[in-house]
Design a protein around this ligand. Structure first.
Ligand SMILES: C[S@@+](CC[C@H](N)C(=O)[O-])C[C@H]1O[C@@H](n2cnc3c(N)ncnc32)[C@H](O)[C@@H]1O
Length: 191
């Protein structure tokens, strides 16, 4: 049965024994509505269980440090252009992937009316688990809704700028300089 999380109308009230999601609520703009639907379809005493990445933790912390932890001052003008492009595509205050954190998740579950709500939060800053090639990084996107770095560069930078930017990034990607930031929450709630 196919239905958006925020409108489970094909399912009757109190008709399911468990609701579970993994990396789904992060795509849903009306999160409160989705939690209300989860509560509605659950039977009394049954549970919601979810895992969601907390992408806000991965936002760059300083104007000259990339989200991979690289010092970007030598290519700051082009870096800023790319960053502004991605920020415009997914404004952190309104984009469903970024407009919430673990505190919002627990609040939204609580205000939907669950009897009890629990949440475990995990955050880590660490060297990337596997070394990435520069080519792999260029052909990757931060998430499925945004262009790859290569696509963004071709839109925004001249061929010379692309070459200079790539030459700067290559040894960084292939070194141990990067630090990835990851955070996620497990939430469970009982009706
Ligand atoms: C990152 S995938 C996760 C898939 C799977 N749960 C997993 O963990 O591998 C995100 C999923 O959310 C689904 N999705 C996006 N918006 C949704 C919505 N409003 N309601 C329900 N599912 C949605 C997409 O169809 C996609 O299957």
């Amino acid at each position: 049965m196919l239905a958006p999380a925020e409108d489970l109308s094909p399912l009757a009230d109190q008709s399911v024994a468990a609701v579970t999601t993994r990396s789904v609520i992060i795509y849903v703009k009306p999160k409160q509505r989705a939690f209300q639907e989860f509560l509605r379809v659950l039977r009394p005493g049954d549970r919601l269980s979810m895992f969601e990445p907390i992408n806000r933790f991965n936002e760059a912390r300083a104007a000259n440090i990339s989200h991979e932890g690289f010092e970007m001052s030598p290519v700051i003008d082009n870096y800023r252009k790319l960053r502004e492009f991605y920020t415009a595509l997914q404004p952190p205050d309104t984009d469903p992937m970024l407009d919430f954190d673990e505190g919002d998740l627990i609040d939204v579950a609580n205000s939907a009316g669950f009897r009890s709500v629990e949440l475990d939060y995990h955050a880590e800053i660490a060297p990337p688990k596997e070394s990435r090639s520069c080519e792999h990084a260029l052909r990757s996107a931060g998430n499925p809704r945004i262009p790859t770095l290569e696509e963004a560069m071709h839109r925004l930078l001249t061929p010379d700028e692309i070459e200079r930017y790539t030459d700067y990034m290559r040894p960084l990607y292939e070194s141990d300089a990067g630090r990835s930031r990851n955070a996620y929450a497990f939430l469970w709630a009982t009706k």
